[in-house]
Design a protein. Structure first.
Lengths: 187, 148, 570
């Protein structure tokens, strides 16, 4: 016997949401499609439970504003590092970010470190080294060219920071990537 | 920001080292779940058994009886379902050549077991953090190489 | 010479004979002529007798005389056959004699006639004249004969006197020849004697050489299939020289049964393919002992009449020595391997408990801080320091033991790359000390790459460590290609080529009197409080340089700087 069904997604979603929130004994207010206000503080464990529960039904909880901002900061930094040719000097990172994100740099940096447990300088450094790694693996550039591109004041500075972050010298890194590729080609 | 605890798995046959490890993790800001196994065979059994929760990052001692760390590394690299698991070699000092070798064989991190507890803690914290960045920022896992 | 002399003698005796014959001949003629005259006189006398006596008895001598004259005449004719002049004389004589006889017979007829006395008298006178003429003729002839004879005699005398002279000269000449010949023969004899002596000495030496060198010679003439064995061959086989016939079969009897085909194959190759061969096989001597023989052969000439020489050497001692050497080598290799792995394992196993000690102490210091007294903390900290020092020592020892040459690969390596790696490794210290490093172009050499990198690392990190705090650190790496003979300090053959790599810094330097000492393991010029380190860096440098058959020297001037010079063979 074939039954014909019509589904109203909105009602389904709303109902599911309500059921879940009630199960977790949360005080909430539905604020239209796509937004729920939790009228109490919620532990991350509970939030996690809620997220996972809703995810099963295809309902995704969007990150918080803070999370969005963090993501924006990261994106901005990544964009800056992977800029066409040459990076802006370190000191101008702060002005770059605050201009881009329209927030005071102090706020941005505090927020970043609180949430990610890493400072912006550190993250910039990681991204620079990340780009250096890409350049070392995929391009034919020499270490001095890469050092210049990434705005290091000298090759020893670049090697030193690279080694600091990764624990290996740029040439060793290159060598390992090359050997890995060769091993993979042999397989 | 972190929603889940990071699942960390250690394979080390030395009781004291397992103790240090767990102790160090208990002091790290990042939320972690730590599991330890006693040797390579136990490790591979765990990793290959379906339904088992895979670790975000695996710490692997090289000198283990029955199955050495290198053997495990080779096997792990062959198993596709373990592709997202970051592998950190956690071992007593080896020569530069040996360290390089582990990287070539597919390890992401090499940690020389430090002799100072604070150092160990900081080290592990750094590794976890960086790994988390890799897992959340969509960075290329292939480029994840770290030697401490 | 002798023939000549005998020729001369023969000729001489011949001429003597001829002379004698001639003499005889002459005398014969003379006699005949005298006889003729005498017969004629007989006839005349007979005729006169008859005339006087008219006795026919006297006619007998007259007719006998006539016959005899004729006979003599014939004889004379024969005798003078070869002398034409005499022949003519004879003819004349004949004529005269004929006339005489006519006269004589005339006179006889006259006798029976009338005017006999007058005619007789005329006849007698005529007869007398003729007789005179005859006598004259005969004398002439005799004279002629005598002159002939004298001529011949003078000639003969001349010859006679000449011949001894010639003979004497010839004799002298022969004597000289003989003397020369004798000298020459003597000389040749001497030479022969000397060669003989040398040959004997040679032969003796070879014999002795064979005995001393424990080898022997076998000569095989392939054409005649004749085999000659030197005495020592027999001795090497434990037999008396020449105790058996030299033959391949006899030799094979002594060869170890398993190796016989090696030898027979070799023999075949010589015989058929005319190829020389080198063989190694076992032999069982007459006394039952086993020996190892090595043979090497060569053809003397490649013509049909080929002779092959084999030199067979008893190499038993060398072979056994070789085996012993191989065994010892294997033992040594094994021992080395064990030592290397022992080193490795020992260091590792020694490190582990130390590390644990350190870690536990660090945990205690951190977590039990409040429970500890100050002195308690202090003691723990001191334990940590000692343990740290011990670990560093073991690490360094391990590094030192790893710096060996065995089973490490020498590869053609670009030293510039190795230096670049080193600079990257030391980049932190370089940045920290704000060091400026300059380098010449370095060569590509056959080295153990990571050892040379370690060498650079140790030297440069020393320069960085012992830099002068008030002067910006400048490190210069200079490279030059040199010949050993220009640098007597190098213990090397004059023609060897080296690359001289000098690392100069303007750091603190050191006192030159310590220049050799600093390469000694664990020897330091500072306390660990002043500068960290175990004093093993430079001794590792020295070991590395020695692994590469090179040299390293240090020069220092306090407060000015240091120069470390490394010589690596090209």
């Amino acid at each position: 016997m074939i039954l014909k069904i019509q589904i109203d997604i909105n009602i389904v979603g709303k109902k599911l949401l309500e059921e879940h929130l009630e199960k977790l004994q949360l005080d909430f207010t539905l604020k239209g499609i796509g937004e729920v206000e939790i009228n109490q503080s919620i532990s991350s464990a509970k939030l996690k439970e809620l997220t996972l529960g809703l995810r099963k039904y295809g309902i995704e909880i969007l990150e918080s504003e803070k999370d969005i901002l963090i993501q924006k900061i990261k994106d901005a930094i990544i964009e800056m590092v992977y800029m066409e040719d040459k990076l802006p000097i370190t000191s101008s990172v702060s002005s770059y970010l605050s201009d881009k994100l329209k927030y005071r740099y102090g706020y941005i940096s505090d927020l970043f470190s609180n949430i990610t447990f890493t400072s912006i300088e550190n993250f910039v450094k990681l991204q620079k080294i990340e780009r250096a790694k890409q350049l070392l693996s995929n391009s034919e550039l020499s270490c001095s060219e890469i050092a210049w591109k990434l705005n290091y004041s000298s090759i020893p500075h670049f090697s030193s920071q690279f080694k600091n972050v990764i624990g290996l010298t740029p040439t060793t890194f290159q060598r390992i990537i090359k050997k890995r590729r060769e091993a993979r080609n042999d397989e | 920001m972190q929603n889940d605890s990071i699942f960390v798995l250690l394979a080390d046959d030395d009781e004291d080292d397992r103790l240090f490890f767990k102790e160090a993790f208990s002091n790290i800001k990042i939320k972690t779940i730590v599991k330890t196994v006693d040797d390579g065979v136990e490790l591979m059994n765990y990793l290959t058994q379906t339904g088992n929760k895979l670790p975000n990052i695996l710490f692997l001692d090289l000198n283990m009886p029955r199955k050495s760390g290198m053997e495990c590394l080779k096997e792990i690299k062959k198993l596709e379902h373990l592709n997202d698991v970051a592998i950190a070699i956690y071992s007593t000092s080896a020569s530069e050549q040996d360290i390089e070798d582990t990287f070539v064989k597919g390890a992401n991190v090499y940690i020389k077991k430090p002799h100072d507890f604070a150092t160990l803690r900081n080290l592990l914290e750094e590794v976890i953090t960086i790994n988390w960045h890799y897992q959340t920022s969509g960075l290329n896992r292939d480029g994840f190489l770290l030697s401490l | 010479m002798l023939l000549f002399i005998s020729g001369i003698s023969y000729k001489h005796s011949n001429s003597l004979e001829t002379s004698t014959e001639l003499l005889v001949h002459s005398y014969k003629i003379q006699i005949q002529l005298e006889q003729l005259l005498s017969y004629l006189k007989d006839a005349e006398t007979g005729q006169r007798g008859y005339i006087i006596t008219h006795d026919s008895v006297f006619l007998i001598p007259y007719f006998n005389g006539r016959e005899k004259v004729n006979k003599s005449f014939d004889i004379l004719k024969n005798l003078t056959a070869k002398q034409p002049k005499q022949q003519t004389n004879l003819e004349q004589l004949r004529n005269l004699i004929d006339i005489r006889f006519i006269r004589l017979s005339n006179s006889l007829t006259i006798l029976s006639g009338e005017e006999k006395n007058l005619l007789l008298g005329e006849n007698m006178l005529e007869g007398n004249e003729i007789m005179n003429a005859i006598r004259l003729q005969i004398d002439q002839m005799i004279q002629l004969e005598i002159s002939y004879f004298n001529n011949h005699q003078t000639k003969y005398n001349r010859d006679i006197s000449f011949t001894p002279f010639i003979t004497l000269i010839l004799l002298l000449f022969t004597l000289i020849i003989f003397i020369l010949a004798f000298l020459k023969i003597n000389k040749d004899l001497n030479v022969l004697k000397n060669s003989n002596e040398e040959l004997l000495i040679s032969a003796e030496s070879i014999k002795h050489a064979e005995i001393i060198g424990k080898f022997c010679i076998a000569i095989w003439n392939l054409q005649t299939d004749k085999l000659i064995y030197s005495d020592n061959l027999y001795r090497l086989l434990g037999c008396e020289p020449h105790s058996f016939e030299p033959s391949i079969e006899n030799f094979l009897k002594f060869v170890h049964p398993d190796d016989r085909n090696i030898v027979s194959n070799g023999v075949e190759k010589i015989a058929i393919k005319h190829a020389t061969y080198s063989r190694f096989y076992r032999v069982i001597r007459k006394d039952g002992h086993e020996r190892f023989f090595s043979s090497m052969g060569k053809f003397i000439d490649n013509s049909e009449n080929s002779t092959h020489i084999s030199v067979i050497k008893d190499v038993t001692q060398e072979h056994l020595n070789n085996l012993t050497l191989q065994d010892k080598n294997r033992e040594l290799e094994q021992s080395n391997k064990e030592l290397a792995s022992f080193n490795q394992i020992a260091s590792h196993d020694l490190q582990e408990p130390l590390r644990k000690i350190q870690t536990f102490i660090s945990i205690i210091l951190e977590k039990e801080m409040t429970g500890l007294s100050d002195s308690g903390k202090n003691y723990f900290e001191r334990i940590q320091t000692s343990v740290a020092r011990m670990r560093k020592l073991i690490d360094d020892l391990l590094l030192f033991s790893r710096t060996n040459k065995i089973d490490k690969n020498f590869e053609e390596s670009d030293l510039n790359l190795l230096l670049k790696n080193t600079l990257q490794d030391l980049s932190e210290a370089i940045v920290e000390k704000r060091a400026h490093i300059e380098s010449d172009q370095l060569p590509v050499l056959k080295v153990i790459p990571f050892q040379i990198q370690q060498l650079f690392q140790n030297l440069l990190s020393n320069s960085l460590k012992y830099s002068n705090p008030i002067v910006d650190l400048l490190i210069k790496i200079e490279c030059e290609r040199i010949i050993a003979k220009d640098y007597p300090i190098l213990d090397s053959a004059a023609d060897n080529i080296y690359y001289k790599i000098a690392v100069t810094d303007n750091g603190q330097g050191f006192e030159q009197q310590y220049a050799e000492q600093i390469f000694t393991i664990f020897k330091r010029l500072h306390t660990s409080a002043e500068y960290p380190g175990t004093g093993i860096g430079l001794s590792i440098c020295k070991k590395i340089v020695e692994n590469h058959s090179g040299f390293i020297f240090a020069e220092g001037k306090p407060e000015i700087g240091a120069i470390f010079t490394v010589f690596l063979p090209a």
